[in-house]
Design a protein around this ligand. Structure first.
Ligand code: ADP
Ligand code: MG
Length: 332
């Protein structure tokens, strides 16, 4: 990369007081401007800590966070924590004015010096996020998910250079979530906003992010583009974060016709072909989980269960004997 860094963490560590290991250790990262970077990791791995350090809500014990080569000051050094050119949206929506309307909550983020501009921008953002029908409701009367959308609109209207989002879609209905993720992606791209988001939802990070950073026990273990990382994760940990995958021991993998000297074999549910005609039919349909346009079959063989995606409803029923062919697998 060029020698001008955008948002950068250099050897950043932060430990919370207490007996157990906590916080983050020796974090080095370079956030690419204009991109959506998602930090993924299991619960307690340090995602929120890292985000708070990047935003300046906390000071690192060691190392530095730099924004355009200038140090981000922590709360001890700065009266109002958080960088002026950055905004953060979290699961919590405490800073909303419950008794004001959605429109006023969003408009309040802009100065009143240019009323016409303020009105236009508020209408634009609420329109882009499909929230016009909420505009004249009081925040107190909204659902949790709707409040989260107001918080997102408030952050976006200020067109920050960097937008941090810490699992901001948790309470948003699944039916809304995909549309909202798409709209946010569109808006941040149009406005050149750099996004750093935290999530543990694979569907969310895979569809939204340009870059993924995987964090485990407070340390970054791998980073890269979503598609490549999904196809060939370096670690079993990453595979399990990104896919509802089958993890088999070497002995169990042998039941799928795979021989390996590694400890574990990972098979994604879509990497298994079902074939009722295969001679070596040993698997039995144990459960069928309806998923809408597809279903997950849980197959059983000698006490081992595997999950397979099936796009053809009514092709199988519980108790059916089935053959499988594994098209691809990973070994760890
Ligand atoms: P994540 O967001 O990935 O779930 P966090 O960054 O919140 O993880 O936490 C990382 C680790 O640090 C966890 O072990 C957590 O228990 C610990 N931790 C987080 N905040 C505090 C705190 N204020 N005091 C003590 N320990 C904390
Ligand atoms: Mg968290």
């Amino acid at each position: 990369m060029a020698d001008v860094h955008f948002l950068q963490a250099v050897g950043v560590s932060k430990t919370y007081p207490g007996p157990v290991s906590s916080g983050v250790r020796n974090i080095n990262l370079d956030i690419v401007p204009g991109k959506i970077t998602a930090i993924i990791g299991e619960s307690g791995s340090g995602k929120s800590t890292l985000l708070r350090l990047l935003y300046g809500l906390m000071s690192p014990d060691e190392g530095q966070v730099l924004f355009k080569s200038e140090r981000i000051w922590g709360p001890e050094e700065k009266l109002i924590p958080g960088h002026d050119e950055m905004k953060m949206v979290t699961q919590h929506t405490d800073d909303l004015n419950l008794f004001a309307r959605v429109w006023d909550n969003v408009a309040a983020m802009l100065p009143s010096t240019n009323v016409k501009f303020k009105e236009e921008q508020t209408a634009a953002v609420l329109g882009q996020l499909n929230m016009m029908e909420l505009a004249y409701k009081r925040v107190a009367d909204l659902s949790g998910g709707e409040k989260q959308r107001v918080a997102i609109a408030r952050a976006i209207i200020t067109k920050p250079k960097v937008l941090f989002m810490d699992e901001p879609f948790n309470q948003v209905d699944t039916s809304f979530r995909e549309g909202l993720q798409h709209d946010i992606r569109q808006i941040v791209k149009e406005n050149g906003i750099t996004v750093v988001m935290v999530s543990h939802d694979p569907a969310e990070v895979l569809s939204m992010a340009d870059e993924l950073i995987v964090i485990r026990n407070g340390e970054i273990v791998e980073a890269g583009a979503p598609k490549e990382m999904y196809q060939s994760p370096k670690y079993l940990y990453t595979a399990e974060l990104l896919s509802n995958c089958n993890v088999l021991s070497a002995a169990e993998a042998a039941l799928c016709g795979i021989s390996t000297d590694k400890e574990s074999v990972v098979i994604y549910p879509e990497w298994i072909r079902l074939d009722s005609l295969l001679k070596a039919t040993k698997w039995t349909v144990d459960q069928i989980l309806f998923k809408g346009f597809y279903e997950d079959l849980i197959l059983e063989n000698s006490g081992v269960l595997i999950r397979v995606v099936n796009g053809e409803h009514n092709r199988f029923k519980p108790g059916d004997q089935i053959g499988i062919k594994v098209k691809k697998w990973l070994e760890y």
